[in-house]
Design a protein around this ligand. Structure first.
Ligand code: ADP
Ligand code: MG
Length: 253
């Protein structure tokens, strides 16, 4: 709307690994109820940016705030409490646990210090609460029919949605997704896009790293383009598609 409220604010964020500047004074915002895509060639600094936002890495300099609170020195569990949740590119579901059990792990992470092993110390009342919350999120993403199936028996598209249900258990304002469409079939991508729009229309914001340009152009409200750690463009899909700097970065010209 005309008075868009800033949820995530990134101002001149910088991350150096020795002599490599992975993220070079990058600034952008994510507003409430907005889907923003972070794109760029391999090595552009997308994953590092995610890690700065979520507290996995500490910025060399710059400012990152969530809902007005600075997070650049906050540990991951503090960032979660401020309403930021993520899926991981390589942390997958446990294939021989059910959908419900996999999502309940996410419910357990809510407000806790994050040790999955402490799940073993839950009493029965805690466990019932976690399972109820997990079931609520599974229903929200439209997978109630699969709730008792083993995660490993689902299609890749369904598994991706289970991962999102798990991330939703911490009741985030902002969902960070690392390549959610990778490897999915056309129909699965469409279902995923519909879910993300549904979450946005329900008031959530989404920031995603994605290589699938068709998916990004169709889904994102706004796109931020990184190249060699630097933001080279930002705008609507229509503007980004025809931006000469973006075309040059992707063609390697
Ligand atoms: P992207 O996700 O866009 O492919 P990354 O954020 O993973 O890019 O990497 C950006 C740059 O930072 C690359 O040059 C990469 O080699 C470097 N880099 C990333 N993580 C580390 C690290 N832990 N140590 C040293 N260099 C790193
Ligand atoms: Mg990456």
């Amino acid at each position: 709307g005309p008075t868009s409220s800033v949820l995530l604010h990134i101002e001149k964020a910088r991350k150096q690994f020795g002599g490599v500047t992975a993220v070079n004074d990058v600034s952008f915002d994510v507003n409430a109820r907005e889907i923003v895509a972070l794109i760029g060639p391999n090595g552009a600094g997308k994953s590092t940016t995610f890690n700065l936002i979520t507290g996995v890495l500490t910025a060399t300099s710059g400012k990152i705030s969530v809902q007005g609170k600075e997070v650049e020195n906050a540990p991951p569990q503090e960032v979660v409490k401020l309403g930021v949740s993520r899926t991981f590119q390589h942390v997958k579901l446990v294939p021989d646990m059910t959908v419900l059990e996999n999502v309940a792990i996410g419910a357990h992470l809510r407000g806790s210090s994050g040790a999955v092993s402490s799940m073993l110390r839950l009493d029965r009342a805690d466990e019932a609460g976690l399972l109820a919350e997990a079931a609520r999120q599974i229903e929200r993403v439209g997978l109630s029919d699969q709730i008792d199936q083993l995660a490993g028996s689902l299609s890749l598209g369904q598994q991706r949605i289970v991962e999102i249900a798990r991330a939703l258990c911490v009741d985030p304002m902002l969902l960070l997704l690392d390549e959610p469409a990778a490897g999915l079939r056309h129909m699965e991508k469409q279902r995923l896009a519909a879910l993300l729009r549904q979450l946005r229309d329900g008031g959530m914001s989404v920031l995603l790293v994605e290589h699938d340009m068709g998916f990004v152009m169709d889904l994102a409200d706004r796109i931020v383009v990184l190249d060699f750690g630097t933001k080279i463009a930002e705008g609507t899909p229509a503007a980004i598609k025809t931006n000469p700097d973006v075309i040059k970065a992707y063609l390697g010209a």
